[in-house]
Design a protein around this ligand. Structure first.
Ligand code: RIB
Ligand code: CA
Length: 315
């Protein structure tokens, strides 16, 4: 018996890996109904993340997807960006023309609130791929939507893999730790894809050439984005390739059997500057703090890349 496609809202800060995640979602209509895509400040400032989001929708041949601009800074802290990883535009690698599809007038937070109030309770999944500012702002502004959210499946955090922006914290959580604290304490069913799993979803020459061999514009773009994106992680970690962080969120929604994890307590450091934004994951159950997240640690990387290449080959 086939299930109807899962209704999702993607919240994103493109970023090359966000772009691949958006392509994967838009290439999977039998699994996912993308109600809208919300841009947030993160890898690069908001004017760029909303522009990049529209570029990716047009690349996917889906200019009718509704794209919304959201929050341009974290709840309390100054914005920290990651041009050192993603380049000045956030999508460095290939040359990209400006988008022509429209940006929606409505603010992303209002779109999230309106959609959750309209759609039947528990039928919408939120998929944050960047800092959690838009999600937390919606929860603060309209607490009535919290029990209506079906699930939040997010890329963020780290435990065994430790931090990538500070020794203790992963970028998405670090940029807006107060927003993350709100989301992780919200009581909403959470699936967290941290660096512990995304650092096992590494590109390599063969995997990048498989995208290029698709012979399509999306395939070429993904190859050029990952060629650019991987230089930072390879230099820093000495790894064979770049971690495709954000596509793990979408792949989890399409085929959760690709992943494994534990239902544990995860809390966010918001007091100490030294460990600000750390996801304190009780992986070994040494506290009696209630489990609030499915924290993913394992992936079948070969099957993940096979799914990714097959689906992007559809565009
Ligand atoms: O730490 C990795 C995360 O930060 C990814 O979502 C990447 O796009 C950046 O937003
Ligand atoms: Ca991202």
């Amino acid at each position: 018996m086939t299930h109807p496609p899962r209704k999702i809202i993607i919240d994103t800060d493109p970023g090359q890996d966000d772009a691949v995640a958006i392509l994967l979602a838009l290439a999977s209509p039998e699994d996912l109904e993308v109600l809208g895509i919300c841009a947030v400040a993160g890898n690069v400032p908001l004017p760029l993340t909303e522009r990049n989001t529209r570029i990716v929708c047009e690349l996917a041949g889906k200019p009718d997807v509704r794209v919304f601009a959201g929050c341009d800074r974290p709840l309390e802290r100054p914005l920290v960006t990651a041009e050192h990883v993603h380049g000045k535009t956030g999508l460095d690698g290939p040359q990209l023309a400006d988008p022509t599809m429209p940006l929606q007038d409505q603010h992303a937070v209002d779109f999230i609130i309106e959609t959750l109030r309209r759609e039947p309770a528990h039928t919408v999944t939120l998929c944050p791929l960047g800092p959690l500012t838009n999600i937390a702002t919606a929860m603060q502004r309209a607490p009535d939507i919290i029990p209506r959210i079906g699930q939040i499946v997010l890329m963020g955090g780290a435990y065994f893999e430790v931090g990538n922006i500070t020794p203790a914290a992963e970028f998405n959580i670090y940029v807006d730790p107060h927003a993350a604290d709100i989301v992780f304490k919200s009581g909403v069913s959470l699936v967290v894809l941290p660096l512990d799993v995304t650092h096992k979803a590494l590109t390599n020459r063969a995997r990048i050439e498989a995208f290029r061999a698709l012979g399509t514009e999306p395939g070429r773009m993904v190859a050029e984005w990952t060629d650019f994106f991987e230089r930072f992680d390879m230099a820093k970690y000495g790894s064979e390739g770049a971690p495709l962080h954000d596509p793990c969120v979408i792949a989890y929604l399409i085929d959760p059997s690709l992943f494994e994890g534990r239902h544990i307590n995860v809390e966010i450091e918001v007091q100490s500057e030294l460990t600000m934004g750390m996801t304190v994951a009780d992986w070994w159950g040494v506290t009696d703090r209630p489990a609030n997240a499915l924290f993913i640690g394992g992936i079948d990387a070969d099957r993940f890349f096979a799914l990714l290449t097959d689906r992007i080959g559809r565009l």
